[in-house]
Design a protein around this ligand. Structure first.
Ligand code: ATP
Ligand code: MG
Length: 587
């Protein structure tokens, strides 16, 4: 599975691999001739058949080979390491774009740190596999074959056989070692993921950790995953430490054996002294490919373990996609109807969060939603955006089931201010203009003015170019919220959803923002989720949710007359207001 993934990328870069491998083969070929030339000099000197000119010629050849090898070594590094880097880049890009397609559910179940580890640690081992490991494996094989060939034909067949027997032993050992290592590396990479995750979560939650004085406890939790990570690394290191010296031993013993046998053959006059010398050099040359095999297996196991982890993410299917039958439409007008909307979150099918909600909002209408915390208000907004999917037909926009609207159109034409406003660590201008490129600075400033944040921004030393901290931490809650509102207003979409988006602003500012909305959004649909009656009362219709059910529905006047939940909330908030005012007078 994971090799198929690597294969599909290798296929795209094969010319570079071919060029690299040819350079590599040329280097090996030249390398393998050097012992033969020195052998020829020795034999010639001993027999007295070689002249000084002949020595110079052979040395000249050796130098030439040396220069050729240097050029070739540059070539293979350039081609193969370059290709591995390119593959890593494409794989990272593909993984990132795949992550962008995955649904909210996926991110509820997977952790940021874990995903980050895939981009760092795993990508590095894949690059190691496709670069250095490919080179080493090929180089070792070529060297092995060439050296053995040279031994066989230039030196002696019997001697070569003695050298080959331990090789078979090593090959079997490599295979077993590789299987064990693959498993161990998989566990090691996962432990590393957990480690990154622990750090990521602690860093992003550092304010809470400090406020609750949980530094020690967090450190203890970190120490635990850190220890686990170390154990998994030790496990890998132990196996390596056991296997690699063993390999060394076999190689050494077989070298001694062949030396012994070669010495015997030379004394017996079966091979010349020059052949014996070349043979010794060849034996030394064999040590490297055999050691390299161990290293290759290590990197192969590690690389494939990482590829497997990446493949697991890549084979994750997005839950929410355009259905194949979807037809392109120019845009939404903004008529919304919920038709017996019932919904439960995936995995909680027995406990619906929304039940039989029936609502109709005409184009340009406004709907306000009130309800206790947990009553399903945000869920309703999520369903409209298809962050989760309700059953077909339960939600219609402009008379079309949501499934008949392309996702891109749906999300483009709904401006949404989520309950927890999120800002990127970018300038304020960049945050407000997010996703609305090309609307111009004036439009952006107008949106900020309508969201009552413009004056605030102008008070910052950097104005609109002020860079906010990660997630907007350097702004106040109310400033963050209003930046998010400005972002949604700039989008100027036919449908606007504000999910409790005025909760952190004072009532005067709230009134001003609502007034601006009314002025600027004539003919366009607005859904307003809030807890304060002052926010909701001017909406065309108000829906009161109670444990996922539509408990009350009507205009402010109707609901006041009804004397139910809405009226209860109204009275309570009036009383609170009165008490506040009286308290203000008393002090
Ligand atoms: P609040 O006023 O506090 O924002 P809400 O009305 O927006 O509340 P929702 O966020 O819609 O409430 O949540 C409704 C119910 O669904 C809650 O009981 C909540 O625990 C549950 N819930 C919310 N999100 C998920 C989720 N991703 N998976 C499972 N259950 C969820
Ligand atoms: Mg909510």
């Amino acid at each position: 599975m994971e090799l198929k993934l690597a294969g599909s990328y290798l296929k795209r870069h094969w010319p570079r691999y071919v060029a690299g491998i040819l350079s590599l083969a040329a280097v090996d070929l030249m390398n393998v001739y050097i012992p033969q030339f020195t052998g020829l000099i020795t034999d010639g000197l001993q027999a007295g058949t070689i002249t000084m000119e002949g020595v110079w010629r052979l040395i000249g050849l050796i130098v030439l080979m040396g220069v050729g090898m240097a050029v070739g070594r540059f070539g293979w590094r350039y081609f193969i390491f370059g290709a591995a880097l390119s593959i890593r880049k494409s794989l990272q890009e593909d993984l990132f774009s795949h992550l962008e397609t995955l649904s909210t559910r996926y991110y509820n179940e997977h952790k940021t740190g874990d995903l980050m580890a895939h981009f760092t640690n795993d990508m590095r081992s894949v690059q190691m596999l496709l670069g250095p490991t490919v080179v080493t494996a090929f180089d070792a094989t070529v060297m092995l074959v060439m050296v053995l060939g040279k031994m066989m034909f230039y030196v002696d067949m019997r001697l070569t056989l003695v050298a080959v027997i331990p090789l078979l032993l090593i090959m079997y050992g490599d295979y077993a070692y590789g299987k064990v290592m693959h498993r161990k590396f998989f566990a090691k990479q996962r432990a590393f993921s957990e480690l990154t995750d622990q750090v990521q979560e602690a860093v992003s939650g550092i304010r809470v950790i400090k406020a609750f004085v949980q530094e020690r406890q967090e450190l203890a939790a970190f120490a635990q995953v850190n220890r686990k990570n170390q154990e998994k690394n030790m496990d890998v290191a132990r196996t390596q430490a056991l296997f690699l010296p063993l390999l060394d031993l076999v190689v050494g013993v077989s070298g001694l054996l062949t030396l012994l046998y070669g010495g015997y053959l030379t004394i017996a006059g079966e091979i010349s002294l020059g052949q014996f010398e070349a043979f010794n050099l060849y034996i030394a040359m064999l040590v490297w490919p055999m050691m390299a095999a161990g290293e290759c297996i290590t990197f192969l196991s590690q690389g494939t373990a990482s590829l497997k982890r990446i493949q697991i993410i890549l084979s994750e299917k997005p839950d929410i996609t355009d259905s194949p039958a979807v037809k392109d439409i120019p845009g939404l007008r903004g008529e919304i109807s919920l038709d017996g909307l019932t919904f439960s979150y995936p995995g909680k099918e027995g406990a619906p969060v929304l039940e039989s909600v029936q609502v109709h909002v005409p184009v340009g209408g406004s709907l306000a939603i009130l309800g206790r915390t947990g009553s399903g208000k945000s869920t309703l907004a999520n369903l409209l955006l298809r962050l989760y999917d309700a059953k077909s037909g339960m939600i219609r926009i402009d008379g079309r089931s949501l499934y008949e609207i392309p996702l891109a159109v749906l999300r483009r034409d709904i401006a949404y201010v989520p309950q927890d406003s999120f800002l990127f660590s970018d300038t304020i201008a960049g945050n407000i203009a997010f996703g609305t490129d090309g609307k111009g600075r004036e439009a952006m400033i107008r949106a900020a003015q309508n969201a009552c944040i413009h004056d605030n921004i102008m008070d910052f030393p950097g104005g609109y170019e002020t860079v906010v901290g990660e997630r907007g931490v350097t702004l106040s809650g109310g400033q963050k919220q209003r930046c998010a509102i400005a972002r949604a207003l700039l989008k100027d979409a036919p449908i606007l959803i504000l999910d409790d988006a005025l909760s952190a602003v004072d009532t005067d500012t709230e009134e001003q923002i609502l007034h601006n909305l009314q002025e600027n959004r004539a003919g366009r649909t607005t859904i307003l989720i809030a807890h304060r009656i002052s926010t909701l009362q001017h909406a065309d219709h108000i829906l009161v949710l109670e444990e996922g059910r539509a408990a009350e529905y009507g205009t402010h006047g109707e609901l006041m007359a009804l004397g139910g939940i809405y009226r209860g909330v109204y009275d309570k908030q009036q009383l609170e207001k009165q008490l506040r005012e009286e308290g203000g007078e008393a002090s």
